[in-house]
Design a protein around this ligand. Structure first.
Ligand SMILES: Cc1ncc(COP(=O)(O)O)c(C=O)c1O
Length: 353
């Protein structure tokens, strides 16, 4: 119909990448950085990532514990493929980023999806998690801040999950791609070096470099070597000029602060606009999303999303995409300008009336 759709389904803000990232990418091409590179990533970048983490997380990561990957998604693929064999089980806390289930399935593993609930502030129930662990459990995937709920796991919750993982010899895969978009200091799994872990982060969200496809994983040296072998088989290496842009991105601290402040303001504003509607949700601690439950019997999340798109031109994601317990939910992102968010909130209100 040619109508302009407000896209609240996407996890990609309307910002531009930092100016330095764009100029350094052009510079890299002029400098001829277009050859094959080391499969784990160029040495300067691995070193700089390690230093960056040691600075912000107070850790002691060395560069041989880092692999640079084409996005966090591929870091997750490599960690799952290098660890999980047919019949192994992987615990995922729902609602969850759908890629986890897809990736585990492709590896031949089984996903054990443990629900968390809005009524409990999305805090995982440790007894429930423990009850799903058995001899086949090899990995537990955590995502804090969460896509879709925005929940940040507190240090004590993380401690309990780490204790369980150590007790049952389970590796934790911690996807922390939204860590820079939090309202308060975010506890990282990196603060628990005693536990077998893969930490995953990305340039996509922090530096608005989604289309560049660059992220990384941090783990023990032998896990990183195994992941590097796989990356070599699949890709040889990732583009040298993109890594050079990534190297410069790590210096763009002011841009990151500006992005984070903008997202926080939009998130708070949108929550305020949705508060008065027949919806329930937890105020997100971080991330790009608000995950709301429909407090009406008129429709479920899928029907609501279809109606909202057809009648109002606002696109959202039905909750069922994040787990079977969330058929009454939908997810909106706050990646669009505030004026569009205000308009979209009006449209949501209209459909709910
Ligand atoms: C939780 C989570 N992890 C990973 C990714 C993928 O990030 P990347 O672009 O680095 O592959 C996303 C993207 O939406 C995400 O929401």
């Amino acid at each position: 119909t040619g109508r302009k759709v407000i896209h609240l389904e996407v996890g990609e803000p309307d910002f531009e990448p930092p100016e330095l990232v764009k100029t350094s990418l052009k510079e890299a091409l002029d400098l001829g950085y277009s050859k094959y590179s080391e499969s784990a990533g160029i040495a300067d970048l691995r070193e700089k990532i390690a230093n960056h983490l040691n600075e912000i997380q107070n850790t002691n990561v060395s560069s041989d514990q880092v692999i640079v990957t084409p996005g966090a998604r591929f870091a997750i693929v490599l960690s799952v493929l290098s660890r999980i064999q047919r019949g192994d089980e992987v615990i995922i806390l729902d609602p969850s980023y759908p890629a986890y289930t897809d990736i585990v399935r492709e590896s031949g593993g089984r996903t054990i999806r443990v629900p968390t609930f809005l009524e409990n502030d999305w805090i995982p129930n440790m007894d429930l998690v423990e009850s799903r662990i058995n001899e086949s459990t090899k990995m537990m995937i955590l995502n804090s801040p969460s896509n879709p709920t925005g929940k940040v796991l507190t240090r004590s919750t993380l401690q309990s999950l780490v204790d369980l993982a150590i007790e049952h010899d389970i590796q934790i895969l911690s996807d922390e791609v939204y860590s820079r978009f939090t309202s308060a200091k975010h506890p990282s799994v990196l603060e628990f070096p005693e536990c077998s872990q893969v930490f995953v982060d990305s340039f996509s969200k922090t530096y608005r470099m989604s289309g560049y496809r660059i992220g990384y994983a941090v783990s023990d040296v032998s896990s990183i070597q195994r992941m590097t072998q796989l990356q070599n088989i699949f890709l040889t290496s990732i583009p040298e000029f993109i890594q050079y842009a990534g190297l410069n991105a790590l210096d763009c601290k002011e841009d990151v602060e500006r992005y984070a402040a903008t997202i926080r303001q939009r998130r708070d504003h949108m929550c305020k606009l949705l508060r008065d509607l027949p919806l329930s949700f937890c105020q997100p601690d971080g991330g790009f999303y608000i995950f709301s439950k429909l407090e009406t019997e008129k429709f479920d999340g899928v029907q609501f999303s279809e109606k909202l798109l057809e009648e109002q031109g606002v696109s959202v994601v039905p909750g069922i995409a994040y787990g079977s317990d969330y058929s009454r939910f939908f997810r909106i992102s706050v990646c669009q300008p505030e004026k569009d968010l205000i308009k979209a909130a009006g449209c949501i209100k209209e459909v709910l009336q």
